[in-house]
Design a protein around this ligand. Structure first.
Ligand code: FAD
Length: 508
């Protein structure tokens, strides 16, 4: 029998064995399979200025989560008779005839994959790049919509319909993998530890409570769906954003981000639960509806040039945001003087994950609610610190929360005082993430600056010394934000949705 080709499986996201069509295709009928992960320098650029060691793009928590996911993937590949090759050099001697990798819609990967495909075609290498990170192929939805992405969730749902694979079995049945071939002079390493990538491990206290990897993803998924009533009644945005010991949602986002969990498998598991209950919630609020939000943002992000910025982005309102780096730093470093906002920002830094409504609160506060700082700056902070950071979803939600796109009711502002109080009147969440306020009586925990000095002294927290004074007055700042947005919206209307930067200077 003629020898089969050598295949290379290039893992980028999709760090899993289950429902991985690229891996299955790579393994099919080949003599040798090289399962490779490349530590991409694009994500590893060190930043000496704003942030601690590591890269500007990815904080310690996310990198650690990634490395844990790679260790888990390596262990799973070993059980199948293979292993993960973490690559530093050039695999020029491997005689690869087939290259398999999951299709990606982010602009960075689109540009990279274009180059890789051209190279492969010149070298006579077959490329197989299936869509398996999302439920749908964003290009199909855009094509059905006449070449433009749908801009509302409802129109997205209509176009998307039920996925073709919804009722067929997905789970990959890989019992073993072909051996790894000769590796030649190419430098192969084990999965590195964070310090080898330029990060300082700051001690357990600073590290996320969520562990990376497919095994943990599947355990978490099973845990989330075993309570059928919970799945059936899932309704977002209902749910308590301050619940931290047992979060109100699944916390599967980091696993979906890295593809440790297949979104299609998740979809089928929810569908199975729904088939077996009498009544269940529906999109947009149901759990299935959340997954569809993910695909909605992937589709709009894929079909919108300059989606990640205000300039040149045709779906983004042009708003004369300010460049106040001091306000930005106070927000980023949890020093706004509003405990609800600061506690969420501490959770972001320590855990790399917060509830959706907590993200709403801090994104609204930074942009249209209070500080009027550009959404792109908040987006960058989230990009670095979230373990679930995802290009399409992060940009889409910042566009949404800043009332730059999708959602335009700028008069509806989250109060940095009363919103959190509604869910957590005793301020347990604040006490946990801001221990400096742990002895503040509940009457003052959301507004410690209103506490008489005697109470501050007793609570061992003097505002202005132990905890900052508020950086703005919420009442006047939010009024001013609404005024500026009204003016900007008016100008956008006049200029038919595209105001130039010069026109907007006058509004500052
Ligand atoms: P669940 O409620 O259990 O939902 C299940 C899955 O559905 C999630 O894991 C996620 O993949 C998807 N999903 C849920 N809500 C949304 C949503 N609004 N938009 C798109 N997909 C959704 N989510 C990210 O995964 N990465 C990001 O970078 C990100 N940035 C955000 C930035 C801002 C300003 C805001 C307001 C939200 C952002 N979100 C982001 C969306 C959302 O907050 C998280 O997906 C969700 O909180 C993750 O928790 P979960 O897995 O428990 O969600």
């Amino acid at each position: 029998m003629a020898p089969g080709p050598n295949s290379l499986m290039w893992f980028r996201k999709g760090l899993r064995i289950h429902d991985n069509p690229a891996l299955e295709h790579a393994a099919n009928g080949c003599d040798c399979l090289y399962p490779v992960f490349v530590i991409d320098p694009h994500y590893m650029k060190p930043d000496p200025a704003t942030f601690s060691p590591g890269s500007t793009r990815a904080g310690l928590n996310r990198i650690r989560f990634l490395l844990e996911s790679l260790v888990d993937l390596d262990a799973s590949l070993k059980k199948l008779g293979s292993r993960l090759l973490v690559l530093k050099g050039e695999p020029s001697e491997w005689d690869i005839k087939r290259l398999c990798f999951e299709y990606e819609t982010e602009p960075y990967y689109q540009a990279l994959d274009y180059k890789v495909k051209n190279y492969a075609s010149l070298a006579g290498i077959e490329v197989f790049s299936p869509v398996s990170h999302t439920l749908f192929n964003p290009a199909d939805i855009i094509q059905k919509n006449g070449g433009r992405p749908p801009l509302s969730y409802q129109s997205f749902l209509k176009l998307a319909g039920k996925p073709s694979w919804a009722s067929s079995p997905l789970v990959t049945k890989l019992n073993s993998l072909p051996p790894i071939g000769h590796v030649g002079n190419c430098e192969i390493s084990e999965v590195p530890i964070v310090q080898e990538l330029g990060y300082e491990d700051t001690g357990e206290d600073e590290l996320t409570v969520f562990r990376g990897g497919e095994s943990e993803a599947l355990r978490r998924l099973r845990d989330s769906i075993k309570d059928k009533e919970w799945v059936a009644n899932f309704e977002k945005p209902k749910g308590d954003p301050s619940a931290f010991l047992k979060p109100a949602t699944t916390v599967l986002s980091p696993y979906l981000k890295f593809g440790c969990l297949s979104s299609r498998y998740f979809y089928q598991c929810i569908q199975d639960v729904q088939k077996n209950v009498e009544r269940h919630t529906s999109p947009p609020v149901s759990l299935l509806g959340q997954l569809l939000w993910r695909d909605f943002f992937y589709t709009v992000g894929f079909g919108t040039p300059n989606f990640e910025q205000m300039r040149g982005n045709r779906i983004c309102k042009q708003i004369p945001w300010n460049d106040d780096d001091e306000l930005l730093a106070a927000w980023r470093d949890a020093r706004t003087g509003f405990p609800w906002i600061d506690a969420i920002m501490v959770q972001l830094r320590k855990w790399g994950w917060m509830h959706h409504l907590a993200r709403h609160s801090v994104a609204c506060f930074l942009t249209r609610g209070d500080l009027f700082v550009h959404w792109e700056k908040g987006r960058d902070v989230f990009e670095r610190l979230l373990i679930d950071h995802d290009w399409a979803i992060n940009n889409g939600n910042w566009l949404w929360l800043s009332c730059s796109s999708f959602f335009y009711q700028y008069n509806r502002i989250y109060s940095p005082i009363s919103f959190g109080k509604k869910y957590d009147p005793d301020g347990e969440y604040i006490r946990h993430f801001l221990p400096v306020l742990k002895d503040m009586p509940k009457e003052y925990i959301y507004e410690p600056w209103t506490a008489p000095l005697s109470i501050q002294t007793k609570a061992k927290c003097i505002v202005g010394k132990d905890y900052p004074k508020p950086v703005i007055s919420h009442d006047s700042a939010s009024k001013e934000c609404k005024r500026k947005l009204a003016e900007a919206y008016e100008l956008n209307k006049k200029l038919n949705g595209v105001a130039s930067n010069e026109d907007l200077q006058g509004l500052r």
